[in-house]
Design a protein around this ligand. Structure first.
Ligand code: 5GP
Length: 199
């Protein structure tokens, strides 16, 4: 029985019209994200059986993924966060990275899994992996929800990828435009009007 405090949502079309007026096209739906995270979590569980994993989330974009992935995992995990800023224009990175917030603890001897929202050029991640590798983890792998084709031009070993998407600027599920749209449960492109309005 459906009581007053229960909601039943019937999803008939996972690519149904987006529920935000600034979104042009939904590239990855709420349901696709949820089932992909479950799938990735099962792979991580199988690969790390019997070991504890240190998840390193890259702020702020990976927050949603970190929250959902960590709860989908059966593997025991601890969490750390890092914030980096890459010098470059607002829409492309230069690969020169500054640490805004470093890890709170040593990762030496730990099995580290970097949790990333999106890999575009791959320059930020490439720098981050080099930096983390120098700290002596027992292992170092990457899980990224989204990857754009350009990233494949540089030599990056990303063990877990959720979705390969076209080279468009996207928002939602942690990703922002001028700090907005992070809380959308899906990933989509912005309408030209929303881009022109500057977020
Ligand atoms: P890369 O160094 O791989 O070019 O850029 C990585 C970072 O740029 C990501 O972690 C993310 O913060 C940002 N980024 C890249 N592509 C997009 C995008 O389409 N939308 C948003 N909101 N941020 C992006």
């Amino acid at each position: 029985m459906v009581g007053p405090h229960r909601y039943v949502r019937v999803v008939t079309d996972t690519h149904a019209a987006p529920s935000h007026p600034d979104i042009g096209e939904v590239l990855v739906s709420t349901e696709e994200i949820a089932s992909k995270i479950t799938e990735l979590a099962r792979r991580v569980d199988a690969d790390y059986a019997g070991r504890e994993v240190l998840l390193v989330g890259v702020l702020k974009g990976a927050v949603m993924l970190m929250a959902d992935l960590s709860r989908a995992l059966e593997t025991p995990v601890t969490m750390e966060f890092m914030a980096v800023s890459s010098y470059g224009s607002s829409t492309s990175s230069s690969g020169v990275v500054r640490i805004l917030k470093d890890l709170d603890r040593s990762i030496e001897g730990r099995h580290v899994l970097v949790v990333e929202d999106i890999i575009d050029s791959g320059l930020t991640l490439s720098w981050l992996l080099k930096n983390l590798r120098s700290r002596g983890p027992a292992s170092l792998e990457v899980l990224a929800l989204l990857r754009k084709p350009e990233s494949q031009a540089i030599d990056l070993d990303v063990r877990y990828v959720g979705f390969d998407i076209p080279s468009a600027f996207v928002v939602g599920y942690g990703l922002d435009y001028a700090e907005r749209y992070r809380t959308l449960s899906f990933v989509g492109t912005l309408t030209p009007a929303a881009i022109a309005a500057g977020g």
